[in-house]
Design a protein around this ligand. Structure first.
Ligand SMILES: NC(=O)c1ccc[n+]([C@@H]2O[C@H](COP(=O)([O-])OP(=O)(O)OC[C@H]3O[C@@H](n4cnc5c(N)ncnc54)[C@H](OP(=O)(O)O)[C@@H]3O)[C@@H](O)[C@H]2O)c1
Length: 433
């Protein structure tokens, strides 16, 4: 039997995920070789500074990551730098030099994936990004390969571990957003600049990738409507709990006729739904598909080792030389069909509305009249106890499904009442029936 040449790996960026990837490939080299029928060897590392405590084995080290992308002795370039500038350039150069590429970079794939995938397909190389969505959960392969015989109607889930950690702490312990965010940073869950974690941008990037795979559409960076978790208060999470709901930050991509909904926002979920019980830094993705029904994939959505597990799975696919489908988005880039996205204002859902009102006779009927006159019906209305010393009382209203445009119009009319304060919380409710 002729021995197959080792697969030569160039790793660009040796931070949390880069180093964990090198460690797995070194520590599990026999297992990986047995599974691939060939050795997988890190031959070149791109690191812009010294890391005296890192062990790269026999790999050559370059300060300029472009040297890795151009190295004729590298077969696969693994981009673990992050961001969309240098990382973009590295991927482009690597593909142009005939190398397969693997990345964990959701921002790069969401923003430049269409161009990079077309380039990779035209160059006959693989472009893999399992680690880009939900870290260690094999959701890309599940949707693209394991569910290839299904028409997917919906993908929804908790796809940012930092946001989920913050909401879990706020909900279970009544802690304030700012305080938990600081702890998330200290624990290494949140980025040094956590903006994308808390404002929904990171989740939107992942949703863009999931929607594309699920519905066979090009990546569409601007498609998701986006709300973060910054405005949520422990008080609202607690009221939601007393009504039998949990608040989760969800990404939802759903087929509706010939169009799709794409949105990322805090959401009330009935507590008996599986998604409602996914706490801490865990991620969970629910997929609804015609043949299989409903699946829930749960696991670590971040962390060096868990994310590197997905990076290594992509490397191993390439080493086995079956490259799986050959098409990063499941079908050739040229055959992807754009789908119109339903504007946020048109998307109908149930709603949680929390108001603060002056406790005066007739206020309730004024509020319910504003809603009823717009055809909005109330599922339940609860007056909460006011805090000691407060003259206002909180009112929590659950509202039957209406589009956001109607809900916003009604809310404006309600807030215009003299007795109603401007401090309002309006959150979508999803029952996933
Ligand atoms: N961490 C996670 O849990 C996780 C989960 C899923 C996906 N991802 C994705 O994985 C990628 C890497 O994330 P990470 O957490 O490993 O980030 P990280 O710890 O910040 O590592 C990034 C590394 O890239 C290096 N780097 C930056 N610019 C460079 C350049 N011009 N030349 C050479 N090296 C450069 C940095 O060097 P210095 O050390 O000199 O700064 C650092 O070592 C990102 O796309 C991220 O979104 C991460």
């Amino acid at each position: 039997m002729t021995e197959i040449e080792p697969l030569r790996i160039g790793v660009c960026g040796v931070g949390t995920v880069g180093l964990a990837t090198i460690n797995i490939l070194q520590n599990q080299s026999s297992l990986v070789a047995a599974r691939c029928g060939r050795e997988v060897r890190v031959t070149h590392v791109g690191a812009r500074r010294d890391h005296p405590d890192h062990n790269y084995g026999d790999a050559k080290v370059s300060r300029d990551v472009m040297d890795v992308a151009r190295d004729p002795d590298v077969d696969v370039v693994v981009e673990l730098i992050g961001g969309t500038t240098v990382a973009h350039e590295v991927m482009k150069i690597a593909i142009e030099h005939g190398k397969h590429v693997v990345t964990a970079n959701k921002a790069l794939i969401a923003e430049h994936g269409n161009q990079l995938i077309a380039l990779a397909e035209a160059s006959g190389v693989q472009l893999c990004f399992e680690a880009a969505v939900a870290g260690g959960i094999p959701v890309i392969k599940s949707v693209r390969e394991a569910l290839a015989g299904n028409a997917v109607s919906e993908v929804a889930g908790i796809i940012n571990g930092t946001a989920n950690f913050i909401l879990t702490e706020m909900s279970n312990k009544g802690r304030a957003f700012e305080e938990v965010l600081l702890e998330a940073q200290a624990l290494g869950y949140a980025e040094a600049d956590p903006t994308f974690d808390v404002d929904g941008t990171d989740a939107a990037h992942k949703l863009v990738i999931l929607a594309s795979l699920a519905f066979g559409a090009p990546l569409s960076i601007d498609a998701p409507a986006k709300q973060g978790i910054q405005a949520l208060t422990p008080e609202d999470l607690d009221y939601a709990k007393t009504l039998g709901y949990r608040v989760k930050h969800l990404g939802i991509a759903r087929r509706a006729g010939g169009r799709i909904e794409m949105r990322v926002h805090p959401t009330l979920i009935p507590e008996d739904k599986q998604l409602a019980g996914i706490d801490g830094v865990l991620n969970a993705i629910m997929v609804k598909a015609d043949a299989v029904g409903e699946l829930l994939l749960v696991g670590p959505g971040a962390g060096g080792s868990a994310t590197a597990s997905s990076v290594c799975a992509d490397i191993i696919d390439i080493a086995r030389d079956h490259g799986v489908t050959g098409y990063p988005l499941g079908i050739p880039a040229g055959d992807l069909t754009p789908l119109p996205v339903i504007p946020w204002e048109e998307i109908s859902s149930e709603w949680y509305l929390r108001l603060r009102v002056t406790d005066r006779p007739g206020v309730m009927s004024d509020i319910t009249q504003k809603l009823a006159s717009r055809g909005i019906s109330i599922e339940s209305l609860v007056q909460k106890a006011s805090k000691e010393g407060d003259t206002d009382v909180p009112i929590v209203i659950l509202i039957h499904a209406v589009p956001a445009s109607l809900m916003n119009d009604a809310m404006k009319a309600v807030v215009a009442l003299d007795e109603v304060q401007s401090d309002v919380a309006l959150i979508r409710v999803e029952s996933f029936d």
